[in-house]
Design a protein around this ligand. Structure first.
Ligand code: IMP
Ligand code: MG
Length: 187
């Protein structure tokens, strides 16, 4: 597989689209089951823009829950290849979450700051429950909040892109996920 280069940084293939699809099918099964046992027939999925939009589209269809809805919210805490630690730019949520089961859809949970802030914000709106679904989770980077309830892949704290994840807005269109190659000194 060919390496890809963005902004002068080189990335190698890390997770193929096939592997992603398998985890999406598994997660969809778990979410459906979770809704069935708790009697939730109208869950609200909240996709955290921008990175999660590709995953959310695939996951929402894979879940195929008749009365489910999806909404979009924007938080931002990343610049370049590391978290700024400050969550800014919060785009409001029009949907009523009162008494509803909410599934937050994230591309990746890194420091957990975005996830924590979102849980706190949503908890004030009196939902029945708030659960986090993330395609990727870097457990070694987690600083705040609980482990996400639904995780596609646990990965080491390396910078990745593709399948919606970006480097300063680039590489979201790649169907597979790539990881930053170590430099000669790091090897
Ligand atoms: P957190 O608030 O530190 O958990 O970061 C969450 C957000 O940072 C994610 O939703 C991503 O948009 C971004 N992010 C974290 N790690 C990566 C990465 O390896 N590649 C691209 N974006 C990342
Ligand atoms: Mg994100």
């Amino acid at each position: 597989m060919k390496d890809v280069t963005f902004n002068g940084l080189t990335f190698e293939l890390y997770i193929t689209h096939d592997e992603i699809n398998k985890q999406i099918q598994r997660l969809a099964g778990e979410i459906k089951h979770n809704c069935e046992v708790s009697g939730d027939d109208a869950p609200l999925f909240i996709c955290v823009l921008t990175g999660a939009f590709v995953f959310a589209a695939d996951l929402f269809r894979a879940c195929d829950i008749h009365n489910a809805e999806i909404a979009f919210i924007r938080f931002k805490s990343y610049e370049g290849t590391s978290s700024t630690g400050v969550v800014n730019d919060i785009m409001g949520l029009a949907e009523d979450v009162t008494g509803r089961s909410v599934f937050i859809i994230e591309d990746i949970v890194d420091t957990g700051i975005t996830a924590y802030q979102l849980r706190e914000t949503l908890a004030k709106k009196n939902p029945k429950s708030v659960k986090m679904v993330t395609l990727l989770f870097k457990p070694d980077s987690l600083k705040v909040g609980p482990k996400p309830e639904f995780v596609g892949f646990e990965i080491p704290p390396r910078f990745i892109l593709g399948y919606g994840l970006d480097l300063d807005g680039l590489a979201r269109q790649l169907p597979d996920i790539y990881v930053l190659k170590p430099t000669q000194e790091e090897q």
